[in-house]
Design a protein around this ligand. Sequence first.
Ligand SMILES: [Zn+2]
Length: 398
Amino acid sequence: MIVRARLIVTMNGPPIENGAVAIEGNRVVDVGLFNEVRARNSGEVVDLGEQALLPGLINAHCHLDYTCLRGKIPPPKSFADWIRAINAEKAKLSRQDYLASINEGFAEAKSFGTTTIANLTAFPELVTKIHEPIRTWWFAELIDVREPNRARDIVDLSVESVKSKETWGLAPHASFTASTDLYRRCEEVARAKTILLTTHLAESREEMSMFREASGPLYEFMKGIGRPMDDCGHETPLALFVGRRALSARWIVAHLNELAESDSDLLARSTEKFHVVHSPRSHGYFAHSRFPFERLRALGYNICLGTDSLASNDDLSLFAEMRAFQRSEPAVSPSKIFEMVTVNPARALRQENALGKIRSGFCADFVSIPCARSTNVFEDIIAFDRPPNWTMLDGKIR
Ligand SMILES: [Zn+2]
């Protein structure tokens, strides 16, 4: 099949005017000017007309479990209050509710042009019941704060469930809810099975004061539920995380809003850099400290965007996420912002040779949006605020 569009945004060089992509099976076999691609390849021509063809979007951090919590929790006064509120909402939900929630989330993400998602689930035992409609990295989200003696079992049991999926990983939830043993076991499994790891780190001011000062609402809350607090009162969340492991590019770290001055050295010194996911609208909902984008970028960190869950966001549109990011970082060029939902998350998922670009040999995952005759297609992409007109996933029109 040959797909023609007014503009092909390859993310592998400048956009191609009056371009085309040839597809065989689920792979791209040729990209270039329409006349040349047509001369070199046979097959049916699908002409998208006045459209821009883009690589499918990649959501680097999401919890589809909580799609059904959209609008249920008003912005909280404190992060600890939010944890209380989401726990109260979760107590009302059954397994069936979670299954429905995950399926609804997939449908919504897909309708917004997302073709790949890194999804954390607190219910790895449910994954066999789900036929994901887009490429999914399933991360089993793990918490052992109420039963730290079971860290190893918790990890191993979740692996038994989640490994039924082709692409999976592990997500120790955060340093305040997952023990050092749990993190350690996840790292052992990751080395043995060459899987990816993700976690939440340095998200809130309260997490910073819990670990650095042994005080604040999160400290009191965690102490109140019986968490051993001997790791508090010494270091920043990042120092604690980095100090306990050989860092590797296996880690995808969500948030990183709270960095002390002393953390810059740690970030600069680490030779193997983890990947970072920023969720601009969830960040705004919590009114977190400013995301240190420029500092992390200057140190060479790969920064991606994610929606996080609908317990702290309005919808699963990465276009809306790019707009929110642009509002807080207007100096960043629109093409660099688009990289944060294509090329950068592809790299974080170790798919830099398969996803995030329109290029020969890559997966045939595309979305198309109307193309106004503006001078900068990347401005049009970020301004686009409807579901895309047309999607191709794995070589099939959806
Ligand atoms: Zn999250």
